[in-house]
Design a protein around this ligand. Structure first.
Ligand code: ZN
Length: 149
């Protein structure tokens, strides 16, 4: 059984490379020999082949598949995160705006205190805007990074 020990390893991760003709002759032969004996891997190979026919010229390499999957996932995360930021910042701005207006119209607050509150609120708004800008810039560079991989 020593000569079949290599062939007993499943070749699932090599199949897309096999279909895209990216493997060395030696590895190709290993895949072919393995698929002759292994229904699991030969079924998977057939599935890959029919998938390749379906998507035409698009590369089915493992790398392309992984990038596609990563993009799908990171786009989902990015969207969720962006919504989170919009809700968070929108909520904070709204809450502090209401609090600030209530504070300004309050009879029991002196002019100096209102001025101080205005300064704090103005500073807070500027900080939020700068954080927001940074987020936008980061999300743009993230997107480019994904594309470049
Ligand atoms: Zn197998």
């Amino acid at each position: 059984m020593a000569q079949t020990s290599r062939q007993d390893e499943h070749v699932g991760e090599l199949l897309s490379g096999y279909i895209d003709d990216e493997l060395t002759q030696q590895v190709r032969q290993r895949v072919e020999r393995h698929c002759e004996q292994c229904t699991e891997c030969s079924t998977q190979l057939e599935r890959f082949q029919s998938l390749k026919v379906e998507i035409g010229d698009a590369s089915l390499s493992r790398r392309a598949n992984d990038i596609w999957r990563e993009n799908m996932e990171s786009n989902g995360i990015g969207t969720t995160r962006n919504i989170g930021w919009i809700l968070l910042i929108g909520g904070i701005v709204l809450a502090t705006s209401i609090a600030f207006v209530l504070f300004l119209i309050s009879q029991s607050v002196s002019g100096v205190e209102k001025l101080i509150a205005a300064a704090i609120y103005g500073g807070l708004l500027l900080l939020l805007v700068s954080v927001w800008r940074q987020r936008v810039i980061e999300s743009k560079t993230d997107r480019y990074k994904d594309v470049d991989i």
